[in-house]
Design a protein around this ligand. Structure first.
Ligand SMILES: N[C@H](CCC[C@H](N)C(=O)O)C(=O)O
Length: 297
C-alpha cells in the first residue's frame, strides 16, 4: 500500500505527517516504529496522523505516535506543523483551526509571519494527573510548587516538578543544560516505575526571569532537539517555583519557542517547516524494518 507523506519539523523536532482524510491510513505501533526509524524508514521523532474529526466542534482529529510506536495525548511542536500541513495540503482554509486530541480541543492559529500560535489548553499539577506514585517519597514546598525527590539507580536524586499538559512531564532545574546528565539520567526518569505511563524528563536552565534553555529526554523518543509540551511544562513549573515571569523565551537545541501562561491556559508560538514530501510503500518498509537483527541486549 502506497502512502503519501510530508516530512516536517518544528524547532528541530521532526515528524512524518500523514493525511488520513484523503487516503486510508491504518496506523499500528509497528508501522509507526518503521516510519520513524532513521535507517530503515523515513526517520522522525513522532508520526502525526490527520483524520476526520469525531468531535462536533473540531475541524480534524490529530493523532500522535512516538517513534517507539506508543500513541500519546499531545505534541506541541507537532500541533504547529499540523496546522501548516492542513493549509498547505488544502485540507481546509480555516484559520484558526480546531484540532481534536485525546483530551480535548486545541485552537491553532497560523500568523501571517509564518509562526503558529497554539492554545495548549489547561495544565494540571497533581501527581494523579501524570500519573506519579508519590508513596513514601520526600517532597518540599517551593513557592507555589511541590518538588518531589526521586532517588534513581545511578545514585542521583533529582528534585522534580510534576506537570501534565495532557501528556506527563517531570521538570528539574539545572545550572547548565549542556552539562546535564540527559543521556544517562533521562532514561531512568522516563521509565521509572513510579510513572505508570512513563514521563517526559525536562532539564531547565534559568537565564533570567523571561528566558530559559531547555533539553528534554522525551517519553518514547529519547532526547529531541525541541519539545513543545516540554517547553510549556518548564514554563509552568518555573513560574510556580517563583523563578520565571510570563512570557518566556525557550532556547531549545533546535530553535526558539515562546510560551505565555496566565495561570490557566498555556499559549505557545514557534516555527513549523515543511522539509520534503514523498511516497512510501508501508508494507515493504515495515517488512524491511522487521528483517533487521533484534537489538542486542
Ligand atoms: N514524547 C511525548 C510526545 C511528543 C511531545 C513533543 N514532541 C512536543 O513537541 O510536545 C510524549 O510521549 O508525551
Amino acid at each position: 500500500m502506497i502512502w503519501n507523506f510530508t516530512k516536517m519539523q518544528g524547532a528541530g523536532n521532526d515528524f512524518v505527517v500523514l493525511d488520513g482524510v484523503r487516503q486510508h491510513i491504518e496506523m499500528t505501533p509497528e508501522r509507526a516504529r518503521a516510519l520513524g526509524d532513521r535507517h530503515f524508514g523515513i526517520g522522525a521523532d513522532q508520526i502525526l496522523l490527520v483524520e476526520a474529526p469525531s468531535h462536533p466542534e473540531a475541524d480534524f482529529r490529530y493523532r500522535i505516535f512516538n517513534c517507539d510506536g506508543s500513541e500519546v495525548e499531545h505534541c506541541g511542536n507537532g500541533a504547529r506543523c499540523f496546522v501548516r500541513f492542513v493549509h498547505e495540503q488544502r485540507l481546509s482554509g480555516r484559520n484558526p483551526l480546531r484540532a481534536e486530541i485525546a483530551t480535548g480541543l486545541l485552537v491553532l492559529d497560523q500568523g501571517a509571519d509564518g509562526e503558529v500560535r497554539v492554545d495548549m489548553g489547561q495544565t494540571r499539577f497533581e501527581p494523579e494527573a501524570l500519573p506519579f506514585d508519590t508513596q513514601g517519597l520526600a517532597s518540599r514546598p517551593c513557592h507555589d510548587d511541590t518538588l518531589w525527590t526521586l532517588p534513581l539507580a545511578d545514585g542521583s536524586s533529582p528534585e522534580l516538578s510534576l506537570v501534565a499538559i495532557s501528556n506527563p512531564h517531570a521538570v528539574q532545574v539545572v545550572d547548565d543544560v549542556d552539562a546535564a546528565p540527559v543521556a544517562t539520567q533521562g532514561p531512568l526518569i522516563e521509565s521509572h516505575p513510579r510513572f505508570a505511563q512513563r514521563v517526559n524528563a525536562g532539564y531547565m536552565q534559568v537565564l533570567n526571569r523571561n528566558e530559559i534553555r531547555l533539553r528534554v529526554y522525551e517519553r518514547g523518543a529519547g532526547e529531541t532537539l525541541a519539545c513543545g509540551t516540554g517547553a510549556c511544562a518548564a514554563v509552568a513549573a518555573g513560574i510556580r517555583r517563583g523563578l520565571l515571569d510570563s512570557p518566556v523565551r525557550i532556547h531549545a537545541r533546535g530553535g526558539l519557542l515562546t510560551v505565555a501562561w496566565d495561570g490557566r491556559h498555556l499559549r505557545m508560538q514557534g516555527p513549523a517547516v515543511t522539509v520534503f514530501q514523498g511516497q512510501v510503500d508501508i508494507d515493504a518498509l515495515t517488512a524491511s524494518f522487521n528483517s533487521k537483527e533484534p537489538a542486542q541486549p
